[in-house]
Design a binder for this molecule. Structure first.
Ligand SMILES: Cc1cc2nc3c(=O)[nH]c(=O)nc-3n(C[C@H](O)[C@H](O)[C@H](O)COP(=O)(O)OP(=O)(O)OC[C@H]3O[C@@H](n4cnc5c(N)ncnc54)[C@H](O)[C@@H]3O)c2cc1C
Length: 536
C-alpha cells in the first residue's frame, strides 16, 4: 500500500465471515463463478497501479442474472462481507475493477451481457450491465436499424459502468448520465426497484420519460454505493442526414483564450451539439509514439517544442479543437460557414471540415480518417490505448479530471496550474479538454511507467496536491481513482460538508449494514465512518 492512498486500516473492513460467504456464493452461483485464483483475478486489478499498491481484488463473484445479484447481496449482508460492483470493469485511469480495500469482494457483471431492446422509432436501447459499447454497436449493426451508439474513446468498457461513472463520448448523446432513462436496481437488502416511470407496473414509458411521480432517483445510483444496477435504458442518436468532422487550429499558445471565447457561443446556443475536444500540440502526437522519439531528457517535454515542431511538420496548432456537426446537410454547411467566420480575427487560425456520408460510419471505413473521426460517428475504436506506450510497453496513467467554466480565463487557469506543476515533477503535459455546453473537463492523463514505482508514487503525490490546489481555485474533480475518493469528496465542503452529511443519511437508510462499496466516492457506512473521521 502506498502512503498516498485513502485506505484506512483494513482490519476494520474484514469483520465479515468470508469463508461462509464463499461457500454460500459457490452454492448459489456455481463454483466456477466465484474466482479466487491469481491468474483470473489479474483481469480485475488496476492494471495501471504497481502490484505493491494493492489495487487488486482477492475474490471476484460473477452473477449471471438479477436473481443471482439478489442472492449475492443477501449473502453479503448476512455474512457481513463488503462487496464492490463493476460491470465490464474497465474503468482504467480511475482504478479499473479494483475496490478501495482488497478485502472487499468484487461483484463483476460481465456475464449479464444481453441487449434487451433496440427501438429505432423512439431511438433507445435497453441493456444489461455487462454489455460493452462494442457489443452494443455490433447488435445495432446486426439489427439493421439506423441508430448511432455513443462511444467513449475506448469501446471495451460497459455502457452501464461508464454511464454510472458520469463518462462521456463524442456524438450528440455524449453525456451518458444525461442519456440514461430508466434503471432497474438491486438494493442492499436484495429488493429490486425500478426508477422513473418504471416504478409503475406495466408502464409504457420507462425508457422514454426520465421523470416518474416524485423525486428522480436515478442519480442516487451514479457515482455512489447505494445499489447494483441490473438494467438500464439509454437514448441513442438516429443516424443523421449529414456528418461533418471539423477542426480548428490556432498556431500560438497565447491564442487559447481567444479560441475558447470564439467557440463558446456555438456550444451554448446548441449549434455544436457534440462533445468537442480541445487539445495541445503534444497530445496530437501520433498515438503509440514513444517519448524517446521526441525528447531524451528527464525534464518534461517543453510545451513550446511540441508547438513549433507540430506546426512545421503537420500544421497542428498549439491548441486545436475537434468537433462535429450533424443534421440536415444544408444546415450543417451553413453552420460550418458561420463557425469559420468567427475565427477570422485570430491570426493564422484555420478551420477545416470533412463532410462524410453517415452511411460510412462503419468499422474499417476509409471515409473515417482517424480515431476522432470514428468516435464522433459512434464507431468503436481501441487505438487510443497506444497512448500508454509513451513511457514504454508497461505504460499506465491516472486521470486528473477537473471541471472549469467554459471561459478562456478559466481554461487558461487550469492549463497553467496542471502544466506548471507537472513540469516541476518531469511529467509531460498530455491532456484532452472535453467541452460540454457550459463547462469543460480538463482531463490530464498523467502518464507513467507502471514498473517505475518511484515515478508512480510521485505522480500520486502530485495528484493529491493538485486536487487541493484546483479546489482552492474553485475547480472540483468530476471522477477519481479510489485512492483519492476521500480527498476529492472532502473538497465539496460547503456548510461544513452538509451535502455529504445528507448523502450519509441516505446511505445509512438504504444500506444499514454498510456492505455496498464502503468508501466509494468518500461515502462511508456508519460502522466505519467514525473511525475514518478520527483517522484524519
Ligand atoms: C486511453 C483511455 C481513454 C479513455 N477514454 C474515455 C472516454 O473517452 N470517456 C470516458 O468516459 N472514459 C474514458 N476512459 C476511462 C474508462 O476506460 C471508461 O470510462 C470505461 O468505459 C469505464 O469502464 P467500464 O465501462 O467497464 O466501467 P466499470 O469499470 O464496469 O464501472 C465503473 C464504476 O461504476 C460503478 N459501477 C459499475 N457497474 C455498476 C453497477 N451495475 N451498479 C452499480 N455501480 C456500478 C462502479 O463503481 C465501477 O467502479 C478512458 C480510459 C483510457 C485508459
Amino acid at each position: 500500500m502506498t502512503s498516498t492512498d485513502d485506505r484506512p486500516d483494513t482490519a476494520a473492513h474484514t469483520s465479515g465471515d468470508l469463508e461462509t460467504a464463499l461457500a454460500r456464493w459457490r452454492e448459489a452461483l456455481g463454483p466456477e463463478h466465484v474466482i479466487t485464483d491469481d491468474e483470473s483475478l489479474a483481469d480485475f486489478a488496476d492494471p495501471y497501479a504497481p502490484a505493491s499498491f494493492g489495487y487488486r481484488a482477492k475474490v471476484v463473484v460473477q452473477p449471471g442474472s438479477v436473481e443471482d445479484v439478489q442472492a449475492v447481496v443477501r449473502i453479503a449482508s448476512e455474512t457481513g462481507v463488503p462487496i464492490w460492483t463493476s460491470s465490464q470493469g474497465r474503468n482504467y485511469g480511475y482504478g479499473g475493477s479494483a475496490p478501495l480495500d482488497p478485502d472487499t469482494v468484487v461483484v463483476n457483471l460481465r456475464r449479464m451481457n444481453r441487449v434487451l431492446e433496440i427501438n429505432e422509432e423512439l431511438a433507445y436501447v435497453v441493456v444489461e450491465p455487462g454489455v460493452s459499447f462494442r457489443e452494443l454497436y455490433d447488435a445495432v449493426q446486426a439489427s439493421g436499424k439506423k441508430l448511432w451508439v455513443d462511444v467513449p474513446d475506448l469501446s471495451w468498457g460497459s455502457v452501464v459502468g461508464n454511464t454510472l461513472e458520469h463518462g462521456n463520448g463524442f456524438t450528440l448523446y455524449y453525456d451518458h448520465a444525461a442519456a440514461e432513462c430508466g434503471m432497474e436496481v438491486v438494493l442492499a437488502d436484495g429488493s429490486v426497484v425500478r426508477t422513473g416511470t418504471g416504478a409503475m407496473s406495466g408502464s409504457k414509458t420507462w425508457h422514454l420519460s426520465k421523470r416518474g411521480f416524485g423525486p428522480r432517483t436515478d442519480s442516487l445510483f451514479m457515482q455512489s454505493n447505494m445499489g447494483i444496477v441490473t438494467k438500464m435504458g439509454v437514448w441513442v442518436m438516429p443516424q443523421p442526414d449529414a456528418y461533418k468532422d471539423c477542426q480548428i487550429k490556432v498556431r500560438r499558445d497565447s491564442d487559447l483564450e481567444a479560441l475558447v471565447e470564439a467557440f463558446r457561443p456555438f456550444l451554448v446556443d446548441g449549434t455544436v451539439g457534440n462533445c468537442p475536444i480541445l487539445f495541445p500540440a503534444l497530445t496530437a502526437l501520433p498515438n503509440g509514439l514513444p517519448r524517446s522519439a521526441v525528447w531524451d531528457k528527464k525534464s518534461s517535454v517543453p510545451r513550446e517544442l511540441a508547438e513549433g515542431m507540430m506546426w512545421e511538420a503537420a500544421r497542428i496548432g498549439a491548441w486545436n479543437i475537434r468537433f462535429a456537426l450533424y443534421g440536415d446537410r444544408q444546415t450543417v454547411e451553413r453552420d460550418f460557414e458561420r463557425i469559420s467566420a468567427a475565427f477570422a480575427s485570430i491570426p493564422d487560425a484555420e478551420v477545416t471540415g470533412n463532410t462524410i456520408d453517415p452511411a460510412e460510419a462503419k468499422l474499417d471505413s476509409p471515409a473515417l480518417a482517424d480515431q476522432k473521426s470514428r468516435v464522433m460517428a459512434g464507431v468503436p475504436d481501441l487505438s487510443m490505448l497506444q497512448v500508454l506506450n509513451w513511457h514504454g510497453t508497461n505504460g499506465g496513467h491516472i486521470s486528473f479530471a477537473s471541471t472549469v467554466p467554459l471561459k478562456g480565463e478559466d481554461v487558461r487557469n487550469i492549463v497553467e496550474l496542471v502544466s506548471t506543476r507537472e513540469a516541476e515533477h518531469g511529467i509531460d503535459y498530455t491532456v484532452g479538454i472535453m467541452l460540454y455546453q457550459r463547462f469543460a473537463i480538463h482531463v490530464a492523463l498523467m502518464l507513467y511507467n507502471v514498473g517505475n514505482e518511484p515515478q508512480v508514487k510521485e505522480v500520486y503525490e502530485l495528484y493529491r496536491d493538485l486536487v487541493v490546489e484546483a479546489a482552492e481555485m474553485g475547480y472540483g474533480e468530476y471522477r477519481a481513482h479510489p485512492a483519492f475518493m476521500d480527498l476529492v469528496a472532502e473538497q465539496f465542503d460547503h456548510n461544513d460538508h452538509s451535502h455529504m452529511a445528507m448523502v450519509e443519511k441516505i446511505k445509512d437508510a438504504l444500506d444499514p449494514a454498510g456492505i455496498l462499496a464502503p468508501g466509494k466516492q468518500g461515502i462511508w457506512p456508519a460502522r466505519l465512518r467514525t473511525a475514518e473521521k478520527q483517522a484524519k
